[in-house]
Design a binder for this molecule. Structure first.
Ligand SMILES: [Zn+2]
Length: 76
């Protein structure tokens, strides 16, 4: 499998550092997730997520200009 992640900033060509999006609720820390489709409200859970595709978000940050590049890759 080819690694499509790159370590150079698209905006300024600076060096990117690896990180991820944080999802912090009620003191619980998790990796943020990308959810397929539009947000639909649920009176039970806040948002309806059943049947949606969910992928963990990886984030690269440029150490020069702060540009963020987000990836939600399907696990192969
Ligand atoms: Zn940059």
């Amino acid at each position: 499998m080819t690694d499509i992640w790159y370590k150079t900033c698209l905006r300024c060509g600076g060096e990117m550092e690896e990180g991820f999006a944080l999802d912090e609720t009620y003191g619980e820390k998790k990796q943020g997730q990308w959810i397929q489709g539009e947000p639909k409200k649920s009176i039970w859970t806040g948002l309806k997520l059943s049947g949606r595709k969910k992928l963990p978000i990886a984030a690269y940050r440029c150490m020069e200009c702060g540009f963020l590049d987000l990836f939600a890759r399907d696990k192969a």
